[in-house]
Design a protein around this ligand. Structure first.
Ligand code: NCD
Length: 307
């Protein structure tokens, strides 16, 4: 495996191998000294053209725990502000000698384009609405720890702004690869223009499915990607599609709640629900480091077992 761009590029066996490796890194991360020397001398550059807290810190932490050297590029303080093109920026960074480049970009397909401009491994950290494959990996790692090893037959509702969500696109593929049943829940205006080829069922009313599902994945309302009003008011959205405390009470007793972050508390999820016992939100972030270690080690490592 040279690049990590989309869940589409993986078969079930490769995906499960990454999950197994992720489990091993979770165990390593619980040690008193979690740092391993396995990628010493490798250089990882992170190139973020969109704002990010968790994904960027997570990749950088993962790389450092494997003893990589990390180069951080921030658009806000770079020559991009002077008009430098993506291609020139990538080639400039690559000329300094790097082994992997972690890219987040507002345009779908940017990470794939970058593979033409550098010999380094390219890792997609989120491109437009298209894909966010390491988020799907960490979500599956988290679910497998609670419901695994098999997710076959697990019933998952993905609720909210599916239309603008790369997380939803990657999670649908990953859940399908692992045998889960997926229901998208949203008003028609927040669903993609076409769902042809999506292995999902659709529900327009959260109250119809809330008591039947094993997992609820909430999506952030992507206000910054919406050009027009897609629902009457935020309050009305929350009343119909938000995971309010009253709705959360109708969940199965062992149902799990996930959100990729950042959360709009009080919009798609009530604060008490986000902080409640069924919420995996913080655990998702913790497992994100291990998931990214698994990806970096698979792309840059020797293939030797993790110590
Ligand atoms: C997501 C993203 O940026 O795609 N966040 C993340 O990486 N955890 C989701 C979002 O922004 O809503």
């Amino acid at each position: 495996m040279k690049h990590f761009l989309s869940i589409d590029d993986l078969d079930r066996e490769q995906f499960e191998a990454l999950l197994d490796l992720g489990e091993q890194f979770i165990a390593v991360n619980q040690r008193e000294i979690p740092k391993l020397p396995v990628l010493r001398g490798k250089v990882v550059a992170s190139l973020f053209y969109e704002d990010s807290t968790r994904t960027r810190l997570s990749f950088e932490t993962a790389a450092k725990r494997l003893s990589c050297d990390v180069m951080t590029f921030s658009v806000a303080s770079s020559s991009v502000k002077k008009g430098e093109s993506l291609r020139d920026t990538v080639q400039t960074v690559a000329a300094m000698g790097i082994d992997a480049i972690v890219v987040r970009h507002p345009s779908a397909g940017a990470p794939l384009r970058i593979t033409d401009w550098t010999d380094a491994s390219v890792i997609n950290a989120g491109d437009g609405r298209h894909a966010h494959p390491t988020q799907a990996l960490l979500d599956m790692l988290t679910l497998r720890r609670h419901r695994g090893p098999s997710l076959d037959g697990l019933r998952v509702a993905i609720v909210g702004d599916v239309r603008h969500s790369r997380v939803a696109r990657s999670d649908v593929k990953a859940l399908h690869l692992l045998g889960a049943h997926i229901t998208l829940v949203a008003p028609p205006t927040l669903l993609p223009e076409s769902l042809e080829g999506w292995p999902v069922q659709v529900a327009y009313d959260l109250d119809d499915v809330i008591s039947e599902v094993d997992v609820v994945m909430l999506l952030r309302m992507q206000f910054e990607r919406q050009q027009q009003a897609l629902f009457p008011t935020v309050r009305e959205y929350t009343a119909r599609y938000g995971l309010t405390s009253a709705r959360a009470e109708r969940l199965k007793p062992d149902a799990l709640i996930m959100h990729p972050g950042p959360m709009n508390r009080g919009v798609e999820i009530a604060a008490e629900v986000a902080d409640g016992p069924a919420s995996l939100v913080i655990e998702q972030v913790a497992n994100g480091v291990a998931a990214r270690q698994a990806v970096l080690y698979t792309l840059l490592g020797s293939g030797a077992p993790v110590a």
